[in-house]
Ligand binder design. Sequence first.
Ligand code: ZN
Length: 344
Amino acid sequence: MSTIITAKEVEEIIARGGDVKNLPADALLTPSAKDAIRDFANRRAASGAAGTSVPPGQALSSKSSKAELEAYFNSAAALALKEQLCDIGRRLWQREYVDGNGGNIAIRAGADIALCTPTLVSKGFMKPEDMCLVDFEGNQLAGTKRRTSEILMHLQIMKQQPKAVATCHCHPPYSTGFAVAGVLPPTCMIPEFEVFASVAIAPYRTPGTPEMGKLVADLVDKHNTILMANHGVVSWSHNNVEDAYFKMEILEAYCRTILVTAQVGKPAKTMTATQLQDLLKIKHSLGIPDPRHGLKECELCDNDEWRPGVQSAVPAKPDATIGYDAEAEAAVKAITDQILAQMK
Ligand SMILES: [Zn+2]
């Protein structure tokens, strides 16, 4: 059996001065163990850059000098984040969550600056040197390729939600299907969805416009995954960019599963309000927002407008039968009325 390595064990190895590269080849890393390794790599990259007197990313702002911004943009710390953007872009493309040059990703890199993906490049084939540095108004500060045309939405999320360290936007087909129908996925069916995602729908506006960004930003106080009507999905994370991407995997798998459930032909079984309440406690402890935090149990599981199985449970209307004839119907009614009148 494979050894499971937790974040605590990774931290102990690092504290002992050991090398996480020496873990057994078949070791299974928990998601937080992977985060711990990545954080360590980032810290090491940042300290490697300190020798070039580059200020740490978080101290930078749009007011920093051009030389400071350029130095940061070319530092090992920024390179580590650019590589993360490329990695997540590749995963979005491999899972068919993006099409053409669609989708975009951003990482907060200072008080009011962010690293982001370029426009007109497939997310599956980006290189670190394609990445861009922008201020929170969308002005490009560094990078040779032009920043994504949808950056304003990412920046408006970061402005509105100070905890958002990274954002991810793509067009995953099953989730986007719900966004096109204007339907929120029903709740109380699968634990991962309840714990990690808090979904809302923003109305349609032209992609890339400040109006679109505002409608999304208005929702990010209490939601971390926003369906964009007739367009796609955008998510944010208080942890890192991979966590923002995980919201996409969780939402997309969920939407796909409940559409399969709808085809099984039986009404879906749902968890009880008490069971959901337990999941919401975990969600709260993880620092993940949800408008249902603090609601009473009786308010939790009965307010969805659509559920798998609902459509197939509705009996066919009698007037939908083949061969319906208005004239014959009127004649039958006239005769019935006559008979009823004679019986009085
Ligand atoms: Zn888009």
